[in-house]
Design a protein around this ligand. Structure first.
Ligand SMILES: Cc1cc2nc3c(=O)[nH]c(=O)nc-3n(C[C@H](O)[C@H](O)[C@H](O)COP(=O)(O)OP(=O)(O)OC[C@H]3O[C@@H](n4cnc5c(N)ncnc54)[C@H](O)[C@@H]3O)c2cc1C
Length: 375
């Protein structure tokens, strides 16, 4: 899977989504998933745009519910971040059961856990920057619940390599698996992995019942651990050449939308703040992907620096960015992101209490569609 495609190719891919087949097969590693997350996560396209395109193609809301639910997970996690702020990056709730260390099992880094489906998925992650949702869950479960690592370092490792790295989805999902953002830890056994990955393996440390898994000692394969020191290599710092009579549009690694305010004349700057990438490092491949998307935005200049280092910042008639919890320190006007459910925000006990409200909202929308066009 090559994600370094043109904007038009992304739209073409969107056009091939089959939400019905998706609902039936998405849990299988070879299932009909969309591979859209790097573009949605980086703001190249929005989940709302995806949904609207499918509705324009004639898919009914009721037949796409499984797919819309998946899109809603990202919105939910982003709402959690907006609501609790950077407390997101610590245990959200009390840990369900004991951690033995704050490092990462070396076997994960080396794609050598002995669980073939997981090792293969880690190798693919290194090669492509993508991992299927189910193998992300398996990997996190092996790291935290079998290897008994605290979730923070392994989640930073995965985030580092993911083209779709989304701090809210990643952090909340790791905490969900580890039991600090859910009512219990998530365990997977070899039988489940074989079923969804198509592998045929037995005799591994996961070849156990669900009663046995939580009681196990750390298997020998996961005992050696490593401390990570992840670093980001950013492009050279070149000051942007700006016109102080025009507004300034601030793009970020989470807003790479080629359609954003396309119609206006403006200074367009992709800001890569070293402080952000020190806190949340990403791999060279991820930076390459961000720069690749940036090149598709006409007139966009890349600036490696902090926002207040942009020359003449006070002089622009207006400064615009898109609202995002990682960039609340930006000056100027923060525009709303394109949410599917713009009015559903605040605090929710769980995804499913959030989803209930989304469902109600979808029902209302469906009623607005003429009867002849409903499912
Ligand atoms: C441990 C762990 C870490 C994760 N880290 C990230 C991350 O850093 N960035 C990220 O975008 N997703 C993350 N996810 C969620 C999910 O794995 C990916 O969004 C999904 O695999 C992306 O592939 P796809 O576009 O082919 O998904 P599809 O299955 O085709 O789904 C379509 C879209 O729905 C959304 N979506 C689907 N499943 C989820 C989910 N569980 N959570 C949030 N959104 C979802 C995404 O926008 C995705 O592009 C993580 C999940 C786990 C378990």
């Amino acid at each position: 899977m090559n994600f370094f495609s043109s904007y038009q190719a992304v739209l073409d891919r969107l056009d091939t989504i089959d939400p019905l087949s998706y609902g039936k097969t998405r849990n299988f590693i070879s299932g009909d998933v969309t591979y859209l997350s790097p573009y949605i996560s980086r703001g190249v396209i929005s989940a709302k745009q995806v949904l609207e395109m499918l509705m324009d193609k004639g898919y009914k809301i009721s037949e796409m519910e499984k797919f819309i639910q998946q899109l809603a997970w990202r919105e939910y996690f982003q709402r959690v971040w907006q609501h609790i702020g950077d407390d997101l990056f610590d245990d959200i709730r009390l840990r369900y059961t004991g951690i033995k260390h704050d490092d990462i099992p070396a076997a994960l880094l080396n794609a050598a856990t002995g669980i073939k489906a997981v090792d293969g998925a880690i190798a693919t992650l290194y090669e492509t920057g993508y991992m299927h949702n189910h193998t992300r869950m398996y990997t996190a479960s092996i790291a935290c619940n079998i290897g008994k690592a605290h979730w923070q370092m392994p989640s930073q490792w995965m985030y580092y390599h993911l083209l779709d790295g989304d701090l809210a989805s990643n952090t909340c999902s790791w905490q969900w698996v580890a039991g600090t953002f859910s009512s219990k830890q998530y365990f997977c056994n070899q039988e489940n992995i074989n079923k969804y990955s198509g592998s045929v393996q037995n005799g591994t440390f996961l070849d156990k019942t669900y009663e046995e898994l939580p009681l196990m000692d750390i298997p020998a394969a996961l005992r050696p651990t490593t401390t990570l020191a992840l670093k980001t290599t950013l492009p050279e710092k070149i000051l942007p050449d700006t016109d102080p009579s025009l507004p300034l549009l601030l793009y970020t690694s989470y807003n790479l939308d080629p359609q954003w305010r396309k119609e206006i004349k403006a200074n367009r700057v992709l800001l890569l703040e070293p402080s952000h990438f020190r806190q949340f490092p990403v791999s060279e491949k991820v930076i390459d992907f961000i720069l690749h998307q940036a090149r598709q935005i006409e007139g966009l200049q890349v600036f490696t620096g902090e926002v207040n280092e942009i020359p003449g910042l006070q002089q622009f008639p207006a400064i615009y960015s898109k609202e995002h919890p990682a960039f609340i320190h930006f000056p100027g006007i923060k525009e709303e992101r394109d949410w599917i459910f713009p009015d559903i925000k605040g605090s929710f006990n769980s995804f499913f209490s959030f989803w209930k409200k989304c469902e109600r909202d979808l029902r209302k929308r469906e009623k607005l569609i003429p009867v002849s066009q409903r499912a």
